[in-house]
Ligand binder design. Structure first.
Ligand SMILES: Cc1cc2nc3c(=O)[nH]c(=O)nc-3n(C[C@H](O)[C@H](O)[C@H](O)COP(=O)(O)OP(=O)(O)OC[C@H]3O[C@@H](n4cnc5c(N)ncnc54)[C@H](O)[C@@H]3O)c2cc1C
Length: 328
């Protein structure tokens, strides 16, 4: 039985694990390692410390299926809809750029990480959190992989699903196995940082604004703000749920936000918070930060490849079909 290691338990890693399991079933033993403390990656959902059923999405907010992808990924959408993980977005998102004609937007009633958790559960993989991979070295016909604080382990196939700059930071043989042109192409890829703040409010806080989420165009620091329960169509935000989470996607260096958050109530400063929430104290605050949040300059998709069973792909747009074709 081949041993496959998938590094990263975000959407790419979890779907990859699930598809490998479904296609190769008892021919592979799949392990998923992630440096984070839980599943989701940039599809992370955080719980309120006082009420675990009350959650806020700190990464991806909703899923858009263009007509093309609705067709080619139909089985994925059908499965997630059938399991109740996805539901059509019904709430109003103000300032949303118009998608391709015929696109459908979906939300996740249990938070966006429920998509990732679904695929991890389906994969039957051994999933280890708190495992930061530091080295990937060629060893015999396979790979030796080191993680912090543990002995190296050997695998036949290693799949790296983290953002490209994090792949390039790995020590060992990954970089040296690429041609100069390939390395240059990957070094040209760029991401922008994203920071998200989740605020949980006391039960009974009334939120009467007409939108569930809004893109902010006239503020240099805040890009997007959402009332998550309303976005997920879980109530009208009038306190029907114990506490309403509310999140904002922020644009500024992490240090700036950390300083602000520790000293001031950012929402009063920014003045973009819904009027209804300005006077009410939040119960808890969650912060999410991604140095490699959004792909700004992507590599050409055709350049994904595999060599000696080390497979690297562009996170955010990993061509799973490519991977399967190469493994099968
Ligand atoms: C704020 C924000 C909002 C977004 N909004 C949307 C949206 O509304 N709709 C949408 O479709 N997309 C959205 N996106 C993009 C979407 O979240 C990503 O495209 C998607 O989650 C990428 O998944 P991934 O698995 O490829 O990468 P990731 O989710 O980044 O997963 C990579 C994983 O690798 C792990 N990792 C990294 N290095 C190591 C290491 N050395 N060892 C072990 N583990 C490691 C990380 O911890 C992470 O869990 C948003 C992204 C951000 C940041």
């Amino acid at each position: 039985m081949s041993r496959v290691l998938i590094v990263g338990s975000g959407l790419t890693g979890s779907i990859c694990a699930c598809l490998l399991h479904r296609q190769l079933f008892n021919k592979v033993k799949i392990s998923v390692w992630d440096k984070a403390s839980g599943a989701g990656g940039r599809m992370s959902t955080s719980q309120s410390p006082s009420n675990r059923s009350c959650t806020v999405d700190l990464g991806a907010q909703y899923i858009t299926a263009t007509p093309y992808y609705a067709k080619v990924h139909k089985s994925f959408y059908d499965e997630l809809l059938l399991c109740g993980i996805l539901k059509p977005l019904e709430a109003t998102i103000e300032g949303m750029l118009s998608n391709a004609k015929g696109s459908i937007n979906y939300v996740t009633p249990s938070g966006v990480s429920s998509i990732v958790k679904h695929y991890l559960n389906e994969s039957g993989a051994e999933v280890l959190f708190g495992c930061r991979v530091t080295h990937v070295r060629l060893k015999g016909p396979g790979w030796e992989v080191c993680r912090q604080g543990a002995s190296p382990e050997e695998f036949d196939v290693v799949v790296l699903t983290m953002p490209i700059p994090q792949i390039l930071q790995l020590q060992g043989d990954v970089r040296s196995m690429m041609s100069e042109a390939e390395r240059q192409m990957l070094e040209d890829v760029s991401y922008s940082s994203r920071f998200a703040l989740g605020l949980f409010y006391k039960a009974g806080v009334r939120i009467t604004i007409p939108w569930a989420a809004k893109y902010v165009s006239d503020n240099p620091r805040i890009r997007y703000i959402a009332i998550d329960d309303k976005k997920r169509n879980l109530g009208d935000g009038t306190g029907a749920r114990p506490a309403g989470p509310h999140d904002a996607e922020l644009r500024a260096p992490a240090g700036v936000w950390r300083r602000w958050l520790h000293t001031l109530r950012f929402r009063r400063l920014c003045g973009v918070c819904p009027e209804d929430l300005r006077g009410s104290e939040d119960l808890a605050l969650k912060f999410g930060g991604w140095g490699f949040g959004r792909l700004e300059r992507a590599p050409p998709t055709s350049k994904q490849r595999t060599q000696e069973c080390l497979i690297w792909g562009r996170a955010d747009a990993f061509e799973l079909q490519n991977l399967l074709q190469r493994l099968l």
